[in-house]
Design a protein around this ligand. Structure first.
Ligand code: CMP
Length: 137
């Protein structure tokens, strides 16, 4: 079993799509090991996305992630990192395949509805950024 980190981003939360996205997560066979609603500060968003600091979209990205509440989750499944990325679809909703979450709920490259870890090392950092061990029992 593998764990990955996921976010229902502020646009999807504000649009009232959190329940639909969670249903899709359960239908896909994930176990939701951790889940909480947060309203990130700009500094917290910058810390989470530190690997993108210096990129031209960093200010836009962190402003958006601090623009409203989101839901952060730890998902468990076999091959969870790849499986969650497949369910989300391509980063840009315009390029995401039919049936993926970003195709259905994303609005733009920035407001793309969901986030997921891209590798085991990233998942370890991202899970630890938001959850303590006790919250994942
Ligand atoms: P995410 O999977 O959360 O990882 C980093 C995010 O940066 C990505 O989804 C996009 O929402 C965002 N992003 C990536 N490239 C760009 C870009 N060129 N302009 C704006 N946002 C971007």
């Amino acid at each position: 079993m593998e764990r990955t980190f996921a976010i229902i981003k502020p646009n999807a939360f504000a649009d009232g799509n959190s329940g639909k996205i969670l249903s899709r997560i359960y239908e896909a066979g994930f176990k939701v090991v951790g889940l909480k609603k947060l309203y990130l500060s700009r500094v917290e968003a910058e810390g989470f996305y530190h690997v993108h600091s210096g990129k031209p979209f960093f200010a836009e990205l962190t402003e958006f992630m601090a623009s409203g509440p989101c839901i952060v989750m730890v998902l468990e499944a076999e091959d969870a990192i790849r499986k969650w990325r497949d369910l989300m679809g391509a980063t840009n909703p315009a390029e995401a395949a039919e049936g993926t979450l970003r195709k259905e709920f994303g609005k733009s490259l920035g407001e793309n509805a969901t986030h997921g870890s891209d590798a085991p090392e990233t998942a370890a950092f991202e899970i630890g950024y938001f959850f303590s061990g006790l919250e994942l029992l």
